[in-house]
Design a protein around this ligand. Structure first.
Ligand SMILES: [Ca+2]
Ligand SMILES: [Ca+2]
Length: 326
């Protein structure tokens, strides 16, 4: 840690302090930034924590709550907790948090990667917006189709009910007048049963279609493409299957757990939650929260379990693309 004992020699740049804050460290007496104590400048970065806010040790890990400024030459500067200083892990791309020569200076690479990521995100956003418009347009067409299908199935059900009623009326008549037409009774019974099945099938279909029309698919119907869609994600020995508007399950070999049932969108369509899953052994019910990201195709990734049986993941979906994102 010898290299870090860069104390407050007047006029010298203090390790771990941003250029904007350097002037506060240049006097013979240093006032802790929270005003709690005045100490000699030699107490700065002497590897002993004097200030309660950790401000006298920006360049060492002596204070638990200290902040270290990474100069990040050529790249966006940022601060890290001073506990990360001298921990043999290169955190700043200029290597300033570790002993000189220990870390490569890779700010340029980091900047290029960052720009490349930005370019990639920008392309995804453009393609995502196009995909979102396509979903909205498709939603409008599908909506009309579904409304038409509902109308047709209602007509079918009505016709079926009429024919069913007629067939059973004939069966009843034949029952009451035995012998007037041998064999006809069975024929009309068969027609009645067929019509009965048709009415049940049409009723079920109407219910399914009407249910779909009640789904929350976003303000512009931009999540319409999630209706009836399931997507898989593999993580180690587990396979996660998320079926939108239905449920999410975790499979391992032949065993399967319900992670949660569809609980809808949250936080102004930035999240989707599945709740009320199978209870963990002496723990909570499983649940899953998806954070939505913009992209041209639906993709699940980054599944984590930050708390026991509480799962989080990212969902790339066109509906999450915003016009004013860039
Ligand atoms: Ca100190
Ligand atoms: Ca470090």
């Amino acid at each position: 840690m010898f290299w870090l004992f860069i104390t407050g020699a007047l006029g010298a740049s203090i390790l771990g302090v941003s250029p904007k804050m350097q002037s506060l460290y240049q006097a013979e007496v240093f006032s802790c930034l929270d005003g709690s104590l005045d100490v000699p400048a030699t107490f700065i970065n002497d590897n002993f924590c004097d200030c309660t806010d950790g401000s006298d040790e920006p360049g060492t890990s002596a204070c638990k709550n200290g902040q270290f400024y990474c100069a990040e030459d050529g790249y966006s500067p940022f601060t890290i907790p001073s506990s990360m200083v001298g921990d043999s892990i290169c955190d700043c791309c200029d290597g300033s948090d570790e002993e000189p020569g220990k870390c490569p200076h890779n700010c340029k690479d980091k900047k290029m990667k960052s720009q490349e990521n930005l370019r990639q995100k920008y392309t995804e956003w453009q393609q995502g917006l196009v995909a979102k418009l396509a979903v909205i347009a498709q939603a409008s067409v599908n909506l009309q189709t579904k409304e038409y299908e509902i109308k047709k199935h209602k007509e079918l059900r009505e016709a079926g009910e009429k024919q069913k009623k007629a067939a059973w009326t004939v069966v009843k008549y034949l029952n009451e007048h035995q012998g007037c037409s041998e064999g006809s009774e069975e024929k009309f019974e068969s027609i009645g049963n067929t019509m009965d099945e048709m009415v049940v099938s049409a009723t079920n279909k109407i219910k399914d279609l009407e249910d779909e029309l009640t789904y929350d698919v976003g303000k512009e119907k931009e999540f319409w493409n999630l209706i009836g869609l399931c997507t898989d994600y593999k993580e180690a020995k587990y396979t996660y299957t998320v079926c939108f508007y239905k449920d999410a399950v975790q499979k391992e070999g032949s065993s399967q757990f319900l992670i949660g049932r569809w609980n809808g969108f949250a936080e102004d369509y930035q999240k989707i939650s599945f709740t009320g899953g199978d209870r963990c052994y002496s723990g909570p019910e499983r649940s899953l929260t998806l954070t939505l990201e913009c992209g041209p195709t639906v993709r699940l990734y980054g599944l984590e379990e930050p708390e026991r049986c509480v799962y989080t993941a990212k969902l790339v979906v066109p509906g999450a693309c915003k016009l004013d994102q860039y």
